[in-house]
Structures are given as C-alpha cells and as structure tokens.
Design a protein around this ligand. Structure first.
Ligand SMILES: [Zn+2]
Length: 247
C-alpha cells in the first residue's frame, strides 16, 4: 500500500453542518469521493446539455471511466483495488437512534387515466405493480457529518459548496446542509486521514493490504465483504473483497 499525493494536497477534515437528519440505505455514511464524483458528473452533463452534445450514460454493461478527483490515491491491493484517499461520512454529536420515518405512496388514479387509453375498471391498491406502499426510511440525526481525506482543499471546496443536500429523499427536506467547512491538517498522518474515522475505526471500504501489519489485529472494522472501493460504488466492476467500515 502506497499513497500518491500530488502537490498542493494535504490531510483535510471536511465538515458539513446539517439542518437535521440524513437518510441513507446502507449502515455506513456517504462517501466523499462518491459525492465529488457525482458532482463532477453532474457538471459534465450540464455542460454537454448546454453545448448540445451527448454524454456517455451510466450503464451496468460498460466499465465506467475513473474521473480525476482532487484527492490523493491509495494503491490498495496494488492492482485494480486502488481507492481515493477519503473516508465515508462520520456523524459527529449524533443523536442516538434508531430514527425511522415511514413514507407512503399510492398510484394517482387520475394521472393513470390520463396516461392510458384503456385503463381497467379497477387498478388495485392491494396487489400488483401499482399497489400502495409504506416504506421505512432510516435516518442518521447529527449536528455535523465529518469526512477525513488527503486532497486539494481549494478544488474540494469549489466542488462541495454548491451541494445543498445529500442522501436519499432530499426533495422531502432530508440531508439539508447549512454550510461546508474544509480545514487543513498539514501535520496529520496521511495514511490515517485516508482510511480512518476520527474515532480510530476503519472509515471506508479498503482491501486488507491497506492496513499496516501492526494494525491488522486491533483495528475495528465492519468485517469482510464484497463491495466497491471507489465510485461508482454500486457498479459491479468496482466490487472486490474488502474490509467494511465499522458501524
Ligand atoms: Zn488504502
């Protein structure tokens, strides 16, 4: 495992001040590299729309290109299992949970009628594709979300500043961010800031080779599993055997 740190990159703490809770489906927090990558992708798509050109759509069948993020790189397993030097979100001053909200959805009969010329007499709300649903929405409630990273503070601040909400159900007011703060910690240990949460537990998915030998026995992780090591995390081509972040 080696870290490649470009000039101008330093260990950083990134802190988002939250209005309330953030919703996500997985037990660990939102990845900083994923957040930066999706922001770059959105900007690219917007520029393509403006210029009237096409942009390669996301597809499960093609191996996605790696975007050039303003982060240092950890060689990971030395092969395709490399990753960006940044953690997943860590809730600071968390209000102990679990906090679960429920949302419900039912088909709009009038809208269905407008979309179809031959609507059956009854679209059942109890069964089939258009049944009503009640879904749980797990929330993390915390004053701040904190990420650690090694990267370029100016470029990262520029990408994060326009982001006003993160996580799921943002349209319903979840994951609203009041402000971003990026602080430099030039004397901090880059390996630690690339891998660990502030409480010293594993803060991201990482191949076991990321861990120095003396850490392997003691470090608190979420165990082993197959998951992505870099964005887009959910893409099958990114999945490999990793240590999971502690929860
Ligand atoms: Zn690593």
């Amino acid at each position: 495992m080696t870290l490649s740190i470009a000039s101008g990159m330093v260990p950083l703490v990134i802190r988002a001040r939250m209005a309330a809770g953030v919703a996500h489906a997985v037990p660990w927090g939102i990845s900083l590299d994923g957040l930066l990558a999706s922001e770059i992708r959105e900007n690219t798509k917007a520029a393509a729309r403006e210029a009237g050109t096409d942009c390669t759509p996301y597809s499960l069948d093609t191996v996605p290109d790696d975007l050039d993020l303003p982060l240092a790189r950890c060689s990971g397993d030395g092969g395709d299992g490399w990753h960006w030097a940044a953690t997943f979100a860590y809730p600071e001053d968390e209000v102990p949970g679990p906090h679960v909200q429920y949302w419900s959805a039912r088909p709009d009969q009038q809208a269905l009628g407008q979309m179809s010329a031959e609507l059956p007499a009854l679209v059942s709300e109890r069964q089939g594709r258009y049944r009503s649903r009640v879904m749980p929405l797990p929330l993390t409630i915390a004053r701040h979300l904190v990420w650690r990273a090694v990267g370029d503070p100016v470029a990262i601040t520029e990408l994060l500043t326009p982001i006003v909400s993160i996580g799921k159900k943002r349209g319903a007011g979840h994951g609203h961010i009041l402000s971003w703060e990026v602080t430099e910690h030039p004397d901090a240990d880059p390996w630690e800031f690339a891998h660990l949460h502030p409480d010293g537990t594993l803060g991201r998915t990482a191949p076991a080779t990321c861990l120095p030998e003396h850490e392997r026995g003691d470090l608190r992780t979420g165990g082993e599993g197959r998951m992505g090591v870099r964005p887009p995390y959910m893409h099958p081509s990114r999945r490999t055997l990793v240590l999971l972040p502690a929860t």
